[in-house]
Design a protein around this ligand. Structure first.
Ligand code: UT7
Length: 347
């Protein structure tokens, strides 16, 4: 098994310290009952197989960038300052194939001419974005970074596909990272990242890129590109458990934490059965697992910051708690990081 190891965080001179957190979900709630009116599914199947009871979907006209701006505003408010010099946005559903969404978000937030780019690592995107932002801080490229995970999966779901439409939701979560000392409360303690591109077909939007272009009407044999999201759920489930457990273990080794000393496991919110299986494999109590997928579904790159915001505002995660984060997603990709929770006000 190969894991990418970035020599950041613990031991390095400058660490990225979490100093602000905010989240936003679009107002429209879509219940399991609502979906069962148009799809061959039931509330009972969705609840027992995934743990999801409802999710939020953006109204037509609302884009990922709109959710990112709302969450970003809240994170900057939580940090007490809109002074950042880099915006990193993790998303699978950018506003356009070109350009990236981050520059527009930075501009709409009034952040001036800061560096801004998107990260595409599907459900692992937020952890990849944290590692990327921390790298910019470690090298002195940035002092303060706004890291956002934002998605509007409702725009890429096939409304006739019951295996994906019941799972995904829209939303955004954001954090502010600042340069600090690795020993400070809130310092990210390192990263375990990895990928296996031989499994790319497990989670894929086949069309709309350079491999399968959007239809050009005059091409012989032209057919509409398949721009819907597809997933081989059962296989993804299996790989998600194995990879998140192994990556979490690598991160625990790196931070020197025994599994039973972790206060909260904040895993990618795909399926409550995945979260419990990972906790079991790590030897952690299941009730140490943060779960908010019941209310928001799988929000991909937004999932971990939304879960963090929910757990902190709900009083579960408190300052001084040991928090382990781990994600798995399309690519396939996976990643983990950890921190001791800082004393910050969540928006
Ligand atoms: O975000 C990136 C990471 N994503 C994930 O981690 C998702 C991982 N996968 C999963 O969470 C699960 O595999 C699913 C929730 C997607 C599916 O659950 P499952 O327990 O693996 O079900 P399955 O795919 O094995 O399907 C079992 C049955 C099938 O029927 P048959 O073949 O037994 O007759 C499906 O056709 O359930 C059927 N089914 C449904 N029935 C009612 C599939 N989707 C639905 C549905 N409603 N929505």
């Amino acid at each position: 098994m190969s894991h990418g190891h970035l020599p950041l965080g613990q031991g390095a001179g400058r660490a990225a310290v979490l100093t602000g957190l905010g989240s936003f979900v679009p107002p429209r709630v879509v219940t399991n009952e609502e979906l069962s009116r148009t799809l061959d599914t039931t509330d009972e199947w969705i609840r027992t197989r995934t743990g999801i009871t409802r999710r939020h979907w953006a109204d037509p006209g609302t884009a990922t960038g709109d959710l990112a701006v709302a969450a970003g505003e809240r994170a900057l408010k939580s940090a007490g300052s809109a002074d950042v010099d880099l915006v990193v946005l993790a998303t699978t559903t950018p506003d356009h194939p070109c350009p990236a969404t981050a520059p527009d978000v930075a501009s709409r937030l009034g952040l001036g001419n800061v560096a801004a780019y998107d990260i595409a690592a599907v459900c692992s995107g937020f952890v990849y974005a944290l590692a990327s932002a921390a790298g910019a801080i470690a090298t002195g490229t940035a002092e303060r970074v706004l890291v956002i995970g934002a998605e509007t999966y409702s725009t890429i779901l096939d409304p006739d596909d019951r295996t994906t439409s019941v799972i995904f939701g829209d939303g955004a979560g954001a954090v502010v990272l600042r340069a600090g000392d690795p020993t400070e409360q809130g310092a990210l303690l390192g990263y375990d990242l990895g990928s296996d591109g031989s499994l790319k077909d497990l989670i894929i939007v086949p069309g709309g890129g350079s491999r399968q272009r959007t239809t050009q009407a005059d091409e012989p044999g032209a057919r509409p590109a398949d721009t819907y999201f597809t997933m081989q759920g059962k296989q993804v489930f299996r790989h998600a458990v194995t990879r998140m457990a192994a990556s979490s273990r690598a991160m625990l080794d790196r931070s020197g934490w025994a599994p039973e000393t972790v206060d909260w496991f904040v895993g990618h919110q795909a399926n409550v059965r995945i979260l419990h299986a990972v906790a079991d494999q790590l030897g952690m109590a299941r009730d140490r697992t943060v779960v908010n997928l019941d209310r928001v579904g799988n929000t991909s790159a937004a999932s971990i910051p939304l879960a963090l915001a929910d757990a902190v505002s709900g009083g579960l995660i408190t300052p001084g708690d040991r928090v382990l984060m781990s994600a798995f997603g399309g690519g396939v990709t996976w990643g983990s990081t950890a921190l001791v929770w800082p004393d910050i006000a969540v928006q």
